[in-house]
Design a protein. Structure first.
Length: 344
């Protein structure tokens, strides 16, 4: 067949007919009529040919009308526009119906579709928001120190810290500031807490747990040991939010001595008590007043001290430019030295 088409092509050329009436497929070499878009033999695309896509047209809003399609089984007369059939003439209808504007739904209508009045839904929303606020505030309070039982604030002791003491108990490293709950109960740095609210205290973890489980404002009995003797006192707990460092906020500022850098708790020879051994920095208020390295301070401004934390507190507590009395042990002798305080 291919040979026959080629022969026909050659005969057409001999008759003088233009070669433009036929073309040859570049893929299969078949002779085809000019103007085809695809080869009839191999399907090769020959060219665009006749316009493939219709021109895109945009309407100006006036839509043409046509006829609605006839019902199944309608007579031929019903197929013709305007010709009545068994169902009557088909009325022209728009090809595209303009949509009606969407009306915004009202809140009350939405509530009725969901069930109930809008008042009921408003009450429900307010209840959810209120509950969320209560939960959020409760969690914040718990993070600031509340207990897991009821989200109440936990008790707090104004100390520098606790250590597990030799022989059991919780050793108080020092007091944080003046007029603390411990100081009001007669406790100070160096004391060892042995019982709390009737429960024995074996170590540092035990006192921390006991304080946490005690409601704020409760008065508890505290057993303690000091320099080999035992005692008992009553202490009313406070919350951490009640604590404030009054010394740092004091208008006149805090005192300065010049021994705060190196201090150590030591046993005072020939006694059952402890004091704080110091190193006096030269040209500082303590050195100028007569304090020297190796002195063991036992009392500062009328208050006993037996830990570095408590001595540091009493120094800060002293008013700058005031004169305080320092009681110390030097070379086995008890010495009293008046010191004019500096300012920190």
């Amino acid at each position: 067949m291919l040979n026959a088409m080629r022969t026909e092509h050659r005969e057409a050329e001999m008759r003088g007919e233009g070669a433009s009436s036929t073309v040859e497929c570049p893929s299969c070499r078949s002779v085809l009529t000019a103007g085809l878009r695809f080869c009839r033999h191999c399907g090769y695309r020959l060219g665009e040919g006749v316009e493939e896509y219709a021109e895109t047209r945009r309407f100006d809003g006036t839509m043409p009308t046509g006829y609605a399609p006839p019902a199944p089984g309608a007579s031929a007369s019903a197929q013709q526009a305007g010709t009545p059939g068994p169902w009557g003439a088909m009325a022209p209808v728009p090809l595209m119906q303009p949509s009606e504007p969407v009306k915004p739904a009202s809140f009350g209508g939405a509530c009725r579709r969901l069930g109930g009045s809008w008042v009921m839904w408003m009450i429900l929303v307010l209840a959810v928001l209120t509950a969320g606020g209560i939960i959020t505030n409760g969690l914040r309070g718990w993070r600031r120190g509340g207990s897991e039982q009821g989200l109440m604030p936990k008790s707090y002791l104004e100390v520098d810290g606790f250590e597990t003491a030799d022989g059991g108990g919780a050793f108080i490293e020092g007091l944080k500031t003046s007029n603390t709950s411990l100081e009001r109960a007669g406790l100070r740095g160096g004391d060892i807490i042995t019982s709390w609210d009737g429960k024995p205290i074996a170590n540092e973890r035990a006192i921390t747990r006991a304080i946490r489980d005690t409601p704020v404002g409760k008065t508890v009995k505290v057993g303690f040991r000091r320099d080999g003797t035992t005692g008992e006192t009553e202490l009313t707990t406070v919350s951490e939010s009640d604590f404030s460092d009054m010394l740092r906020a004091r208008p006149e500022g805090m005192g300065f001595l010049g021994v705060e850098g190196s201090m150590e708790r030591v046993h005072v020879p020939s006694t059952n008590t402890h004091g704080v051994e110091i190193e006096a920095q030269k040209n500082r208020p303590g050195y100028i007043a007569g304090l020297r390295d190796g002195d063991i301070i036992m009392e500062f401004n009328g208050k006993p001290v037996s830990t570095p934390g408590d001595l540091r507190l009493r120094i800060y507590e002293a008013v700058p430019d005031s004169v305080v009395e320092v009681v110390l042990v030097r070379d086995g002798q008890l010495v009293k030295i008046p010191v004019k305080m500096g300012a920190r």
